[in-house]
Write a protein that binds this ligand. Sequence first.
Ligand code: ZN
Length: 154
Amino acid sequence: MSLEDMYQDVILDHYRKPHNRAPSLEGEHVHVHHSNPLCGDEMDLRLRVADDAVDGLVFDGEGCSISQASASAMTAAVLGRGLKDALDLTEDFRRMMHGEDPARLDDLEDAIAFQGVARFPVRVKCALLGWMALRDAITTYERGASAHTVTHED
Ligand code: ZN
């Protein structure tokens, strides 16, 4: 089995059995809604913070398998991390989706399986949707706000 096939299995597995997918989160601090009109992906992300760390994180949404599976892998990789650490990991994933080698291979966990998506520019936004919602949720929390909606059209 090639690495590519293995990665495809990881992606399919997250799509079929998503981690941390739920329509609500007890004690949530921030709720953001992001969409990717290019593909029709919709993403709700809810964040609860404790001791400056990601204490609770759930997503809910609809769209292509890449967007939903990537959000699932993202939540698994960042739950429990400090906010700054989670933002740093988000930046690493973002760079990876723009063709750079990730610096935090092990910390990305299953999210590493999306590296091949970087070769398909129209799918990059799908893979980034959950991570960009996370970055937005954390910076929104740090600003002291609680909810908003972002539509990515660029
Ligand atoms: Zn998509």
